[in-house]
Write a protein of this length. Structure first.
Length: 299
């Protein structure tokens, strides 16, 4: 195997910048086109662009690939993307959008936990404080600047159970996808097919929902083009990076996505989160880094 390329690593890290825009832009597109219609439009454009970049898998490839990857990972990927996109679209307001987006970033810690539980890596005690810090960070994000209480947290979640339920489900689904893809993917790449699956499911949902018709204004089209393009670019950069770059550097960089996402979201959505929110973001990021550090390969 050739040595990792610095250029490829930088290209892979560029994916993190692309994905950091997703929470803010998804909310903005949903405000223009509706939660379901907006998400369906974004994933249709992303699927088209990724298909142009990678192509669609051939039938012979699908038959050769492990069915757990094709069907299992495919269904999980579709469920994850729908859950994340709709949770942001169904947020009560823009401040809640940032909270829901941050719940998604439990996935790095949960991925390490799941990989350890399945024996893909050894258990180390550093996992315990790492996961607890990440969970505490989410608690701080949800509690706001008010005094901590279980009743207050529960009331916050009950104020919009669908959106919070989808966000927590997404945070659990992505670790499942990552671990199964690692176990059964073996170099397979059905990303374009998975994205078309997300698009199809969302359009079917939109067709049978009572969501009003979409009006494609110029701002809506510009934001749709930006988000669809950045989503496709992010996946393309990440794919190139994991094939030719330094995976360790990329893994560490990905754990700072919560901070970048929160910063971009606050600027784009023009909201001012509480001090407790930023403390929670820092704890989620720190917890993820501790999980990674405690389970990294020793040389």
């Amino acid at each position: 195997m050739s040595a990792p390329s610095s250029r490829a690593t930088l290209i892979g890290l560029a994916a993190i910048l692309c994905w950091s825009t997703s929470v803010g832009l998804f909310r903005s597109v949903a405000e223009h086109l509706g939660p379901v219609g907006g998400a369906a439009s974004v994933f249709s454009l992303s699927a088209l662009l990724v298909s142009l970049r990678f192509g669609l898998p051939k039938w012979s490839q699908l038959r050769a690939w492990n069915p757990v990857y094709v069907w299992g990972c495919g269904l999980i990927f579709v469920a994850y993307e729908i859950g994340l996109a709709l949770s942001i679209g169904f947020a009560s307001d823009r401040t809640q959008t940032l909270e829901l987006g941050m719940i998604n970033y439990l996935w790095p810690s949960l991925t390490v936990v799941l990989a350890t539980a399945l024996g893909l890596q050894r258990f180390r005690w550093g996992l315990v404080p790492g996961v607890l810090l990440a969970m505490l960070g989410i608690v701080m994000v949800l509690q706001g600047d008010g005094q901590f209480s279980i009743a207050g947290l529960w009331a916050n979640v009950r104020s919009n159970p669908l959106a919070y339920g989808l966000a927590f489900a997404a945070a659990l689904l992505w670790p499942c996808y990552s671990v199964l893809a690692r176990l059964y993917g073996r170099g397979a790449n059905a990303l374009s097919l998975f994205l078309w699956g997300v698009s199809l499911c969302l359009w079917l949902h939109h067709a049978f929902s009572d969501e009003p018709a979409m009006h494609f204004t110029v701002p809506a089209l510009l934001q749709l083009a930006a988000l669809g393009g950045l989503t496709a670019l992010g996946y393309s950069c990440w794919d190139y990076g994991i094939r030719h770059g330094d995976l360790t550097v990329m893994a560490v960089g990905s754990y700072f996505t919560p901070v970048l996402s929160a910063l971009v979201g606050t600027v784009w959505l023009n909201v001012t989160p509480s001090w407790s929110f930023w403390q929670g973001v820092a704890l989620v990021t720190l917890g993820s880094l501790i999980c990674w550090y405690s389970t990294r390969e020793r040389r």
